[in-house]
Design a protein around this ligand. Structure first.
Ligand code: ZN
Length: 103
């Protein structure tokens, strides 16, 4: 009888993996911004101080407000120091209507 072998699971590929691949001698640790602790080398970062980025954020929020009627508002959370966009915080209507609005 043949024993079933589980396939090997690949390791997750993170930013360090590709950094190391691009430059095997690079230090392992990620460089983080001092103000908000984000990866300095991360690409495709939106910045609320950048007019074009802000427009993208606005467009995203508008589309979500149209898509989800239970969403009251969406706040773009960004670093107060460097303006780096961090996350969206949605204010959603409680589906049970007991607690009113919550974040
Ligand atoms: Zn920052």
């Amino acid at each position: 009888m043949r024993k079933f072998k589980h396939p090997k699971i690949n390791k997750p590929l993170d930013r360090n993996y590709f950094k190391k691949k691009a430059n095997p001698n690079a230090k392992k640790a990620l460089e983080l911004t001092e103000c908000c602790g984000e990866d300095i080398d991360r690409e495709l970062v939106l910045n609320v101080k950048n007019k074009k980025d802000w427009e993208l954020i606005e467009e995203y929020i508008e589309s979500k407000l149209i898509e989800y009627s239970s969403t009251e508002s969406i706040t773009p959370i960004s670093c107060t120091e460097c303006g780096r966009f961090l996350k969206y915080q949605s204010k959603i209507k409680d589906p049970k209507g007991k607690r009113g609005w919550y974040n």
